[in-house]
Design a protein around this ligand. Structure first.
Ligand code: NAP
Length: 272
């Protein structure tokens, strides 16, 4: 691309600056859309300074990653209601100097479920994990009218999440006793490099259950392999990642980006 004096800047802020596919996905979208903008990765320790920098440099959009998603909320002028309810911001938009926080993980979760025709209303949804991503998933499950059960390695965190969003809770071992319609894994278990691990045993997987694993590296986790063997319908984490990124572009550019282009960029950079 050609850099001009008017070229805009967006980026992702994270620490430590590990491998991130966001620059590849966002830049591919900008190029296809003809947006005069670049997207870079920034290793940020001081989030307060980063927000001041965003204002003074006129950076248009930041994607906010680990560990800044909660802390960043202190330095914003406005927070979208869904992000406020979730208690985490993964997107900051600079609207004429006003910094507005959003959580686009909810869009990623919602679309991944709806495009696969997953019925949530009145269904028993087992949410594995109670970390940052689990909060966005719990929000969507309740919004869509699902019956939420949160299981986590540390049960006290499952309890806190279930009490906040409305639902039952327990430890991961309880999975085999629950006949769920939908299982969503939001733990990091099974993620590269520990690809041989899985959050729940095969005895917890029943034919016909929908198993959605939000881990995207690898795309086919051990959980999804075992779910397939057990006759479950499976959904991997790629589209959630792509859709949350696509919504970020839409929020600042005001136009929907080409998601297929973002998916291609993800798959090109994907090493799993
Ligand atoms: P997080 O806040 O650090 O939460 C991690 C969760 O995993 C906690 O519930 C933790 O349980 C559990 N966990 C970690 N190691 C475990 C182990 N050995 N055994 C059992 N449970 C374990 O992380 P996060 O931001 O929620 O992200 C979780 C995963 O989702 C990551 O793999 C991330 O890449 C993925 N993700 C995907 C997308 C997407 O768009 N597809 C978006 C966000 C995140 P404790 O509470 O007991 O520690």
């Amino acid at each position: 691309m050609r850099i001009t004096p008017r070229t805009g800047l967006c980026g992702v802020i994270l620490h430590p600056a590990g491998h991130t596919l966001s620059p590849a996905m966002h830049n591919a979208a900008y190029e296809r859309m003809g947006l005069d903008c670049v997207y870079l990765a920034f290793d940020v320790i001081d989030i307060k300074d980063a927000m001041a920098g965003m204002r003074s440099l006129g950076i248009r959009q930041f994607s906010v990653s680990v560990p800044h998603k909660v802390e960043v909320m202190k330095y914003l002028d406005e927070i979208d209601p869904a992000a406020k309810a979730i208690g985490a911001v993964n997107t900051v938009i600079n609207k004429d100097g006003r910094l507005i926080g959003y959580n686009t993980d909810v869009d990623g979760v919602r679309l991944s479920l709806t495009e696969n025709g997953v019925e949530i209303k009145g269904r028993k949804v087992l949410l594995l994990g109670a970390g940052g991503a689990a909060r966005a998933i719990a929000f969507v499950i309740k919004e869509m009218g699902g019956e939420l059960i949160v299981l986590n390695r540390t049960p006290s965190k499952a309890k806190a999440l279930a009490e906040e969003f409305g639902g039952r809770w327990g430890g991961l071992r309880e999975a085999s006793r629950i006949e769920a319609d939908v299982v969503v894994n939001s733990t990091s278990v099974g993620m590269h490099p520990k690809v041989d691990e899985t959050p729940i045993g095969k005895d917890s997987l029943r034919p016909g259950t929908v198993v959605f694993d939000i881990v995207y590296n690898p795309l086919k986790t051990r959980l999804l392999m075992e779910a397939e063997e057990a006759g479950c319908k499976t959904i991997n984490g790629m589209n959630m990642l792509v859709y949350q990124g696509a919504r970020q572009v839409e929020l600042w550019a005001g136009v929907k980006p080409p998601v297929e282009v973002m998916k291609e960029a993800f798959l090109k950079g994907y090493t799993g």
